[in-house]
Design a protein around this ligand. Structure first.
Ligand code: AHM
Ligand code: MG
Length: 342
């Protein structure tokens, strides 16, 4: 059988009545932006794109209070520019921008809102480790012609599409339009994303977890117990040995889980309690949660289903537990037991 390109996959989804022409165009355009970012990431030092944005001694700081890398800024610009003129979007919001940005007046407007983390895992850029782009698509509320930040405050269940591009040893796009999660690999010679894994299924059981263990002393009690039980291995209450992995690029950690199962955690801890967690609900947690659920996994804050969280702020942060279904359920059960005084 001839390879199925992203274009063909999307046309067939449209023919099956599962997506409309505008959403198809939108996803194609985002994929094109990801190809451009992939080229910039791949050039590394040769492209002069490594290191911090801003001027020496005065790094540019984003709304998250984090120093921006040159590639954070460049990827953000690529996504904004590529998506500005197609007529499929009403506005964009990005982890790197203080506020959402409406499509400029000189271009036609569409009915969708695009949300993205242009370059996730940016602490890994300078050391040549996998980074990625995460995106989520929402509908612009009916009757709203000039969307502002408040129109992005929709729960994850309202997402009509979500995906990520992983810039690793190969570039992959993992996508859901609400009918399964599928992976496409970039054929660099042809310049097309080719469907390489249809209907990803995350194993329900796992022996692998991802956590930044250096935060252990700051974790809440249920997370302390959860990890202690896993570290106790065969002799402990879980009765099996676990393996640990932490790339510090959510995209890479989630991609491993898409490939062989596992659980990814970024819990509440004493350092991030005031801000509600480390990872961002709209740019990171929700798109990953939709992708994981569509692949048969689960995603939670530890206390509720991620996709049901009602956002109150554009840059809202949340604790994250996602991946193999039974493992996430176990972590949630420990939180429940703790909260009930158990
Ligand atoms: P970023 O979007 O600024 O790159 O931050 C998000 C990243 C995630 O990709 C990753 O899971 C996490 O932050 C790593 O955090 P830490 O450095 O605390 O291990
Ligand atoms: Mg990120």
């Amino acid at each position: 059988m001839s390879p199925i390109s992203l274009t063909r996959y999307l046309i067939e989804e449209q023919q099956a009545g599962r997506i409309c022409a505008d959403l198809r165009l939108l996803i194609e355009v985002v994929a094109r932006a990801c190809k451009t970012i992939s080229i910039a990431v791949g050039k590394g030092d040769l492209g002069g794109v490594l290191g911090d944005a801003g001027t020496p001694g005065a790094a540019s700081i984003n709304i998250q209070g984090e120093a921006q890398k040159k590639l954070d800024v460049l990827s953000n610009e690529i996504l904004l520019e590529t998506n500005a003129w197609g007529g499929h979007l009403a506005a964009c919001a990005s982890e790197e921008m203080d506020h959402s940005q409406p499509i400029p007046d000189r271009y036609p407007k569409g009915n969708y809102l695009l949300v993205f983390d242009p370059l996730d895992g940016s602490s890994n850029i300078d050391v040549n480790v996998t980074v990625g782009t995460i995106f989520s698509v929402l509908r612009c509320p009916e009757g709203v012609s000039a969307p502002g930040d408040e129109h992005f405050l929709q729960p994850g269940t309202a997402q009509v599409a979500a995906g990520y591009a992983a810039y690793g040893s190969s570039t992959m796009l993992v996508l859901t339009v609400g009918h399964g999660t599928h992976a496409f690999t970039l054929d660099r010679e042809v310049g097309s994303f080719i469907l390489t894994r249809r209907d990803i299924r995350i194993p329900e059981e796992t022996k692998e977890f991802a956590a930044n263990a250096s935060n252990q002393r700051h974790w809440e009690a249920p997370m302390q117990r959860y990890v202690a039980e896993m570290l106790a291995g065969k002799q402990g209450p879980r009765g099996k040995d676990f393996n640990m992995r932490w790339v510090a690029s959510m995209v890479a950690d989630v991609h491993r889980i898409m490939t062989r199962g596992g659980i990814f955690t970024y819990p509440l801890d004493a350092k991030n309690t005031a801000q509600g967690g480390k990872l961002r609900l709209l740019y990171e947690a929700n798109p990953m949660a939709l992708l994981v659920e569509q692949a048969g996994g689960a995603a939670s804050t530890g206390r509720m289903r991620m996709l049901d969280v009602q956002p109150e702020k554009l840059h809202q942060r949340v604790p994250v537990f996602l991946g193999s279904k039974h493992e996430v359920e176990y972590a949630v059960a420990l939180h429940r037991a703790h909260d009930a005084g158990g």
